[in-house]
Design a binder for this molecule. Structure first.
Ligand SMILES: [Zn+2]
Length: 61
């Protein structure tokens, strides 16, 4: 099973050792799974400052 990680900077979920979106540091310690399909219409995405669709962690340690 692939260990998923979340970016400490933009909270994007990835299986890479570096965030493919912003190049930030990733962490294995994260909680909550958020799939954003339409960031314009998602209130959570807006609150979190997400402007692109994708998979995100709600909280990254
Ligand atoms: Zn990132």
């Amino acid at each position: 099973m692939i260990q998923l990680k979340a970016c400490r900077n933009c909270r994007s979920i990835t299986d890479q050792n570096k965030c493919p979106r912003c190049g930030g540091e990733v962490s294995r310690e994260w909680q909550g799974y958020l799939i954003v399909l339409d960031p314009e219409k998602s209130e959570i995405a807006r609150k979190m400052g997400i402007h692109a669709s994708g998979r995100y962690a709600l909280r990254v340690k």
